[in-house]
Ligand binder design. Structure first.
Ligand code: PRP
Length: 188
């Protein structure tokens, strides 16, 4: 089915159907690993909310959910993205000691955010802690983080949809689209 692309959208990288199919596959991988256990899904606001809900619906082991809000400080990085200095702006509602925790991200890029969150959450005594991301842009990685579950590896392009925004817009698109950076600046 043809989809009308919004202004500035260059092309669709992954269709809604491709995203849904891949989410189901990753949910099956998660089910296999955590069979017989309960899982705590921790969503990093705001971008991962859409992926969290799709994934949680597809997972069959019992899941609980909680949310973390973060903010970055120290000035923007050269690409306008995470500068590597991160703090928790909205903490979890519940403790995670003894729990099997899966940190849900929409994208892992430089790795700074994920590294900080892993270090912070590990200090709270979970039984296990792993990362699941919708998109992995390893070409931009600066610090190494152990991404256990990923739906898609993506090229070094500015992408929106499925939770990812351009100036807070386009998070609600069901597909992953590539924005044309000409005249739009470079954000993600
Ligand atoms: C994105 C994403 C990760 C972080 C990854 O959040 O959700 O939290 O960037 O980048 P990094 O690997 O370079 O640290 P963003 O700051 O865009 O916030 P948002 O989810 O509210 O849009």
């Amino acid at each position: 089915m043809d989809v009308a692309l919004p202004p500035g959208m260059e092309r669709i990288l992954f269709t809604e159907e491709q995203v849904a199919a891949r989410v189901r596959e990753v949910a099956a991988e998660i089910d296999a690993k955590y069979q017989g256990r309960e899982l705590k899904l921790i969503s990093v606001l705001k971008g991962s909310v859409f992926f969290l809900t799709a994934l949680a619906r597809a997972i069959t082991v019992p899941v609980k959910i909680d949310f973390l809000g973060i903010s970055s400080f120290g000035g923007p990085a050269k690409d306008g993205h995470s500068p590597g200095l991160v703090r928790i702006a909205k903490d979890l509602d519940e403790p995670i000691d003894g729990e099997d925790v899966l940190l849900i991200e929409d994208i892992v890029d430089t790795g700074f955010t994920t590294r900080y969150l892993l270090q912070t959450l590990a200090g709270r005594g979970p039984n296990s802690l792993a990362i699941c991301t919708l998109l992995d842009r390893t070409v931009r990685r600066i610090v190494q983080v152990p991404v256990e579950f990923r739906c898609f590896e993506i090229p070094d392009r500015f992408v929106v949809g499925c939770g990812l925004d351009y100036r807070q817009l386009y998070r609600n698109l069901g597909y992953i689209g590539v924005m044309n950076p000409d005249g739009l600046g470079k954000h993600s």
